[in-house]
Write a protein that binds this ligand. Sequence first.
Ligand code: AMP
Length: 190
Amino acid sequence: MKIVFFGPPGSGKGTQAKLISESIHISHLSTGDILRQKLEDGDNLSIKLKEIMSSGNLVSDELLNKIITDKLKSKDCVNGFILDGYPRTLTQAKFLISFFNSNNLKLDFIFDFKIDFKIVEDRIILRSQKEKRSDDNIDVIKIRIEKYTAETYPVSQLFAKEFSKIYSILDASQEISKIQKELIKILKKA
Ligand code: AMP
């Protein structure tokens, strides 16, 4: 099963991706988590990444495309995967579509998490107190939402058009269990 999740930061897509990936035994590819792990390396790349990520900006398409290609080709993904946080730009989207075409892969589902940005801001401020992420403060949240609107929202619209048969919108303001139920209901139609 190959799934893509779209949605603004704080829309809960990471939580849902984790639950689904555990229940159907597929990989959860969160590019944010992968990059946060890289920050631990303490090398030159990690210093650069920290600067970009803590400002709310996006890391280069080149690095992300490489990270995702390596993951998708690895044995972790033989049963399938959920892409959470990728593709985030039109360049990444085109790269992914061409990777799929040249490897004879087909997406099964696309879920787009819709939520009011005010709810997102409140959620992220709460999360910052729990997880102590350096990109979870109000100024950075605003930049991350701007990046989402300018760069990622157009990608979700492209996928909605190109893959309309497998594209579903979820109301992400609902409780975690309610969203989970809706997701499973749609996945069972496969
Ligand atoms: P996330 O946990 O998905 O909100 O990602 C945290 C940060 O990692 C983002 O604000 C970006 O700086 C970076 N990041 C994650 N995924 C991508 C991506 N696909 N393209 C560029 N930057 C990314």
